[in-house]
Ligand binder design. Structure first.
Ligand SMILES: [Zn+2]
Length: 233
């Protein structure tokens, strides 16, 4: 099995990748694959946690550094950010967003794409906007290198109508914990989801789940996958 494949993580904000995909990203890196990340915004409309008041530009610069640190911990090969308006992604010209996504996938020759499900997991409008943009690019045939599309789900997830790839964190909680902690300005969101971070995996977060929603033109293929690379040509 060749693991020298490119898996693209397409999200709205710096930290979205860490919340739902740390185990998978670290596993890809450990096995010699390429995890590439595109965030639509720099997260500059977010909260600042314990860091106190900041201007949007200060928060953007801070979050760039936090993301760099998390990316290093997780082994992300490429990080690109579009710098689109945080909190207002749904107001961005959808054609522009789709073109930027298609360009990213083409330049990196991505074979697998991972993004949010249609509820954005948290219901955040930016999450929902990126979900629909990615869907239109991939399902609309504007990303010819892409063979599979997944939606990440939080924790252990099962579905009646689709196949779900489960990635056991194993000993990778420490990497996920450090990457979550690297997003220091987002500590309140981190603690709301995972509790105060410690050496033990929070209950329910032993596994990351990825719903396979599309594979080379087929919606919801019923397959039993044990690896993100299963089924790739
Ligand atoms: Zn987010």
């Amino acid at each position: 099995m060749s693991n020298r494949k490119t898996i693209a993580f397409l999200y709205a904000h710096p930290d979205d990748e860490t919340f739902g995909c740390s185990y998978l990203i670290r596993q890809i890196a450990d096995e010699g694959g390429q995890a590439v990340l595109l965030t639509a915004t720099r997260g500059d409309a977010g909260k600042t946690g314990h860091l106190g008041e900041m201007t949007r530009e200060q928060l953007a610069a801070r979050r760039d550094k936090e993301l760099d640190k998390a990316a290093e911990i997780l082994g992300i090969s490429v990080v690109e950010q579009l710098g689109l308006p945080d909190g207002k992604l749904s107001e961005v010209d959808p054609t522009l967003l789709r073109e930027k996504i298609a360009d990213f996938l083409q330049r990196h020759q991505a074979e697998v794409v991972i993004t949010f499900p249609e509820d954005g997991l948290s219901g955040h409008p930016d999450h929902i906007a990126i979900h629909y943009a990615v869907n239109e690019v991939v399902l609309g045939g504007h990303a010819p290198t892409v063979q599979k599309l997944y939606y990440n789900q939080l924790g252990s997830y099962t579905s009646e109508h689709s196949s779900v790839l489960r990635v056991d964190g194993g000993d990778r909680w420490e990497a996920k914990r450090q990457a979550l902690a690297a997003h220091e300005s987002q500590v309140w969101s981190v603690e709301r989801v995972f509790g105060v971070l410690g050496p033990k995996v929070p209950p329910g977060f032993e596994i990351e789940s990825f719903e396979l929603v599309w594979e080379r033109g087929e919606r919801y293929p019923q397959v039993n996958e044990t690896s993100i690379y299963d089924g790739l040509l």
